[in-house]
Write a protein that binds this ligand. Sequence first.
Ligand SMILES: Nc1ncnc2c1ncn2[C@@H]1O[C@H](COP(=O)(O)OP(=O)(O)OP(=O)(O)O)[C@@H](O)[C@H]1O
Ligand SMILES: [Mg+2]
Length: 250
Amino acid sequence: MSPDRGRFAPPQPFTTTAPPALEIDGLYVSYGGMRALSDVSLQVPEGAVVALLGPNGAGKSTLLRAVSGLVRPDHGRIRVRGVRVDRRPAHATARMGVVHVPEGRGIFPSLTVEENLEMVRYAVTDDIDPVHGATVMFPVLGERLRQMAGSLSGGEQQMLSLSRAIVSKPKLLMVDEISMGLAPIIVQQLFDALRERAQAGTSLLLVEQYIDAALELADYVYVMDKGRIVDVGEPADVRDGGLVSAYLGG
Ligand SMILES: Nc1ncnc2c1ncn2[C@@H]1O[C@H](COP(=O)(O)OP(=O)(O)OP(=O)(O)O)[C@@H](O)[C@H]1O
Ligand SMILES: [Mg+2]
């Protein structure tokens, strides 16, 4: 992998002329004058799974926040299926089918599991009942519907968080370190749900520290360090190139 491979644009193996699900070009983001992203370019082809890896503080979460409209870029362009979103409010981007599962637990701990699921009913476009959809995906949630979400185990909270995102069948789903601190068997269940959604057509951008699961699912991998993209390739390139150990301590 050489960094002079034109703007890190990955090859497009998909026989489609559709614009990418996500296209980021020359993105700069700062927090109060401190630069967090510098000249970041990245593509998620329509229907693809892209993993974004990198050490703590690399800027992975900032990139997702910029796409969602939670932070404003200093420079650069963000397009979702060809449409500029970097000057739009977050709710307008959300309405385009962009869903962001944030770092930590993206749920309301003092509401019940059922109430957490009912809240996304507005976003579900077809006849699927969100409570039913989530409990089919993760049957354990069906046994916990009347429980406060904050009283669930860490893995169950992430199942709730992910199922809230998935039942709306997003066009682009961005998931930030959902496997953090969880047992491998739980991580596998979460990734099974992600795989199933990807196969049903949702484009995925996964920020992960659980590298093996991410590399298994991903079509492309980007590696970030200190606010910049330092490599991109297919999962085998990233392993063979020693990038995992060089940047991620794996
Ligand atoms: N709200 C904020 N205010 C100020 N600086 C921030 C803020 N959020 C992040 N930063 C800084 O921006 C840089 C990128 O942070 P970011 O959280 O995007 O990294 P990350 O790759 O997601 O890290 P981690 O793996 O620890 O989640 C870091 O230097 C961080 O300290
Ligand atoms: Mg982060």
